[in-house]
Design a protein around this ligand. Structure first.
Ligand SMILES: Nc1nc2c(c(=O)[nH]1)N(C=O)[C@@H](CNc1ccc(C(=O)N[C@@H](CCC(=O)O)C(=O)O)cc1)CN2
Ligand SMILES: Nc1nc2c(ncn2[C@@H]2O[C@H](COP(=O)(O)OP(=O)(O)OP(=O)(O)O)[C@@H](O)[C@H]2O)c(=O)[nH]1
Ligand SMILES: [Mg+2]
Length: 465
């Protein structure tokens, strides 16, 4: 972490007091259960005293030191482990911190944690409390805290990458940059307010501010329109569509490697939507099996087809499954009407002669597979992973959370209003709109009034983080 850069943002402005002033000392097991080694972390003014009480001395800062750990009052040896000492403010929380890396057995952990908590002034940490202290002490901003939670929870490679970028400041830095530019524009306009009679303030202070506000507005609008966050967090929505009996349900079963959908040679087998969450080559995706599209023979089937079309219309990608044993694909792809990206999946190549598997004349990417025999599935899976990866990439950090989108949306609407009313608003009201936009951005990183948000943000952390 670049300390200089952090302090430039001055997150410490929101810290109620200095590093460890007056806070309790907290302790918790920070490692997952069941491992051979357990990590106990402590943070707060008593952390050093606890190390001395258990390990016999204070190790050199940030160096592991092998020690017999004794119960501070009975003197009984509880374990032999590694002790570490991170004096504040150069620590993860900004407070004095200590760490004991001990044997992971349940009884060892209970004994050592018990001994630690017996020291007066110590108490168990609440969920997310270490990270919360790091935030309150200005070590990280709120988007970084959220990034850490996402990093710990990341299930796919794409989620890990996105969370890592957030955990180490990319979004926070961008938002702070927006806010600084906004404040500069505001200052220009306010200069107009304060010194309206003086000659040395350019008459065109507003004219100077306007292009900057327009640029900011464009960047915010683009960030809001960017759905990468949802794509990586919730996964891509991939609809499997086609005529009845094409092998759609067979394909979803093959990709999921589970027998989740009913397969039969009777056309019109699938009626309702069937969804499954998958990890496709490191990327989260929701696959939807749909009813075969045709003139419905019953009310239920008609409803199934309506739902299929609705889901296709919101999909990130439609896989159009075509049964090559039934002849070449029709001239035009029936679902291109949905205007979603679409791939042609020519199925049952095990059954068809080479003529039948000739690709259709649709201007789309196509794959030849056998859902039943497995041919071509690996290539299709890789391509799907690649499709999501390309969509998940981007130059700028994404607004991943609803909280980020809400703040950015609020800022965006103040800027929209300011730009629309630019000529009509007086300086004071114009500056006020910009101030409200800057406030909304400040709430995203936490530099501004977020007391009410903290419980929401830190609630999702596990104990020990
Ligand atoms: N054993 C262990 N592993 C861990 C953690 C931990 O607390 N304990 N972490 C828990 O989150 C992460 C590492 N995070 C850390 C962040 C900052 C500092 C720290 O002491 N920073 C100081 C000094 C940096 C330096 O030595 O150069 C600083 O930033 O000033 C330590 C750990 C992941 N692995
Ligand atoms: N030979 C062969 N048969 C397949 C293949 N894929 C599916 N089938 C068969 O084709 C028939 C229809 O398969 P389904 O997966 O139920 O087709 P569907 O598109 O879901 O059909 P509906 O739900 O009715 O729209 C079944 O008898 C499958 O066993 C394949 O790759 N090769
Ligand atoms: Mg089906």
């Amino acid at each position: 972490m670049d300390v200089q850069e952090k302090s430039a943002i001055d997150k410490s402005a929101i810290a109620p007091r200095g590093a460890s002033g007056g806070a309790d000392t907290i302790a918790a097991v920070s490692s997952g259960s069941g491992g051979a080694v357990a990590v106990l972390r402590l943070s707060g003014p008593q952390a050093g005293a606890v190390l001395v009480a258990l390990a016999g001395r204070l190790p050199e800062p940030r160096r592991a030191h092998l020690a017999r750990l004794r119960h501070p009052t009975s003197g009984e040896v509880l374990d032999q482990g590694l002790a570490l000492w991170f004096p504040g403010p150069r620590s993860a929380t900004g407070e004095d911190m200590a760490e004991l890396q001990i044997h992971g057995g349940r009884a060892v952990v209970a004994a050592v944690l018990g001994a630690v908590l017996d020291v007066p002034g110590l108490r168990p940490a609440e969920a997310g409390e270490f990270t919360r202290r790091a935030f309150l002490n200005g070590r990280i901003d709120l988007t970084e805290a959220e990034g850490l939670a996402d990093l710990i929870g990341a299930q796919t490679e794409a989620q890990r990458r996105l969370a890592f970028a957030h955990a180490f400041g990319h979004l926070g830095q961008r938002v702070e940059e927006w806010r600084r530019r906004l404040i500069r524009a505001m200052a220009l306009i306010e200069a107009g307010i304060d010194f309206a009679d003086e000659d040395d303030v350019p008459a065109g202070a507003r004219a100077l501010a306007r292009p900057e506000v327009e640029a900011l507005h464009a960047e915010l609008t683009a960030a809001l329109a960017d759905r990468r966050g949802a794509l990586v967090r919730e996964g891509a929505l991939i609809a499997i569509a086609g005529l009845p009996n094409a092998g759609k349900s067979s394909l979803i079963n093959a990709l999921a490697q589970r027998d989740i959908a009913i397969v039969s040679d009777e056309p019109g087998t699938t009626r309702d939507l069937l969804e499954v969450a998958l990890d496709l080559d490191g990327h989260k995706a929701t696959l939807v099996d749909t009813a075969g599209l045709r003139e419905a023979e019953s009310k239920v089937e008609a409803e199934g087809i309506r739902r299929a079309r609705a889901r296709m219309a919101e999909a990130d990608l439609v896989l159009w499954v075509h049964d090559v044993s039934a002849g070449p694909a029709p001239e035009a792809a029936p679902s291109l009407e949905t205007e979603r990206p679409l791939w042609l999946v020519a199925n049952k190549i095990d059954r068809a002669g080479p003529a039948a598997s000739a690709p259709a004349a649709w201007p789309v990417r196509s794959f030849a597979i056998s859902a039943a025999g497995g041919q071509g599935l690996e290539e299709l899976t890789r391509a799907l992973g690649g499709f999501i990866a390309t969509r998940a990439e981007g130059e700028h950090p994404a607004l991943i959370r609803a909280r980020h989108r809400a703040s950015a949306g609020e800022a965006d609407s103040h800027l929209t209003l300011a730009l629309e009313q630019w000529e009509r608003l007086d300086d004071e009201l114009l500056a006020e709109e910009l101030r409200l936009a800057a406030r909304a951005l400040g709430r995203m990183t936490g530099v501004i009034g977020v007391e009410d948000l903290l419980d929401v943000v830190f609630r999702e952390f596990c104990i020990g983080k």
